[in-house]
Design a protein around this ligand. Structure first.
Ligand SMILES: C=C(O[C@@H]1C=C(C(=O)O)C=C[C@H]1O)C(=O)O
Ligand SMILES: [Mg+2]
Length: 468
């Protein structure tokens, strides 16, 4: 029996097919429906049975907005080494005509692209990151969105000029009644051995950077290091994402499945959010550990708010982001002084910057202009990137790059992919860096990276709650 909704789908598909054949261009049909509450992690895990491939997980602080994608209805990717890598994705995405089947409008549902960019497309790829393009975006086949406590299911189909009506209808029918029934494994312990990579080289790099900064070659450069872990059992990505959600409620949680690898993290750093013409970025730089209790936490936070070295580190980021905003926004506002952004393991200096996008400035053009901010690159930008290439004893891949989503009306949000790791089988590579300024001391910067590694270490099951 055909329901009214199926009729709507049928009509839309017929129109889309006609259009695709006439224009010889594929058309996206996206069916959105409110559904009963679903656990986003169960949904993510159920992708395994559906074997649709590339999944993603995204949730904003306090899980206000969660999006989980399964399958690859469309993949847009490139290995351009210039700003072309942003423009190419944006242009291809704009080219597709998109038909939405929905009785309501809700940002974060319907056809969206989820993906990201590498940190430095000019750097030759490494073995670890060989499977990652310089830019890769996926429009999922199925997507669960949870917003303000309501759940929505989006089913997407890319309709090509060669498609048949029946197969298109089947595509929607097979998912309409889908009920994910995947049971998450109960938590198994996972022993691991950790290998610190090139620690002494990293410390030397910090020493060299500090002296270059003192010689006025550059103002700030961010240097990162990498730790490799090997576990006794296969790492379960759902457990990692679940633990990050529980332990890092003030961060964005992201997960991106790419072949056999998962790039996962819990970042407190938003690069840019755009909703209609409202644009928001957050400057995050300057760090101190969290306290064992509220009193110590507050005392450490107060210390950070007064600390010259950290205030300089932070102000360089604020200055650059405000200058960038002036180029594409009107009414740019930001508070005079930073406040604190607290996470379980670390607290940061934090300054939000807001503005109203001027006509013609797209989310991707802002991502391109902002990346990397001096929170991940340094200042001046080009010199800092060169310093990183010269001094850093690792390959960043997607660590520190922009990761996030974009919809069909240029709404979306990108974060900076830090506090992250690349997982494959029983192995993980974790990354952490720090802003180096003239007053930096290698030993305390090293300790700062240790704190920044904690969220992922803990989510992987390898850290008790002791603070150091
Ligand atoms: C580079 C990282 O973090 C960045 C560096 C910070 C700092 O040096 O104080 C703080 C927040 C982030 O912008 C990281 O976590 O790997
Ligand atoms: Mg720092």
């Amino acid at each position: 029996m055909i329901t009214t909704l199926d009729e709507t789908i049928r009509e839309n598909i017929e129109h889309a097919l006609e259009e695709a054949k006439q224009t010889n261009q594929s058309v996206i049909v996206s069916r959105i429906k409110e559904v009963d509450a679903l656990d986003p992690l169960h949904f993510f895990a159920s992708g395994e049975e559906l074997s649709l491939g590339e999944r993603f997980f995204w949730s904003t602080p306090k899980a206000d907005f969660t999006m989980v994608g399964i399958g690859k209805e469309l993949i847009l990717e490139n290995n351009q080494h210039t700003s072309e890598r942003f423009q190419q994705i944006e242009n291809e995405w704009k080219r597709f005509n998109k038909k939405l089947i929905s009785t309501f409008k809700q940002v974060g549902t319907g056809p969206i692209l989820f993906g990201g960019f590498s940190f430095d497309p000019m750097k030759e790829n490494s073995e670890l990151w060989a499977g990652f393009s310089e830019a890769k975006f996926v429009m999922p086949t199925l997507m669960l969105t949870i917003i303000n406590g309501k759940s929505y299911m989006t089913i997407n189909k890319l309709i090509t000029p060669f498609d048949q009506l029946d197969t298109c209808l089947q595509h929607f029918e097979q998912f309409v009644e889908m009920k994910p029934n995947y049971q998450l494994d109960c938590e198994k312990g996972n022993e691991f051995a950790s290998i610190e990579l090139k620690t002494s080289e990293w410390i030397e790099a910090v020493e060299k950077a500090t002296s270059d900064i003192r010689a006025k070659e550059i103002d700030k450069v961010v240097l990162a290091r990498e730790v490799r872990l090997e576990f006794s059992n296969t790492i379960n990505p759902y457990q990692v994402v679940g633990r990050l959600q529980r332990e890092q409620p003030t961060s964005f949680i992201f997960g991106f499945e790419n072949g056999r690898q998962y790039f996962i993290g819990a970042t407190p750093e938003r690069l840019v959010k755009k909703e209609e013409n409202h644009v928001l970025s957050t400057c995050l730089a300057g760090s101190i550990k969290s306290g064992k209790d509220n009193d110590e936490d507050q005392q450490l936070g107060d210390q950070l708010l007064q600390d010259d070295k950290n205030l300089i580190e932070h102000s360089i980021v604020v200055k650059m982001i405000k200058e960038a905003f002036d180029q594409f926004c009107d009414e740019v506002v930001s508070p005079m002084d930073p406040t604190l952004l607290k996470t379980k393991n670390i607290q940061h200096l934090y300054t939000p910057v807001k503005g109203l996008a001027r006509e013609g400035h797209t989310l991707f053009s802002m991502v391109e202009r902002l990346h990397p901010t001096p929170a991940l690159g340094g200042f001046p930008k080009e010199k800092a990137i060169e310093k990183i290439r010269e001094l850093e004893p690792m390959h960043r891949g997607w660590y520190g790059g922009p990761i996030g989503w974009l919809d069909h009306e240029d709404n979306g949000e990108f974060v900076v992919a830090i506090r992250s790791g690349l997982i494959e089988g029983n192995k993980a590579a974790l990354f952490a860096g720090c802003g180096i300024v003239a007053e930096s001391e290698p030993e305390s910067e090293y300790l700062e990276t240790k704190i920044k590694l904690k969220p992922m270490l803990s989510a992987l099951g390898g850290l008790n709650n002791e603070q150091n």
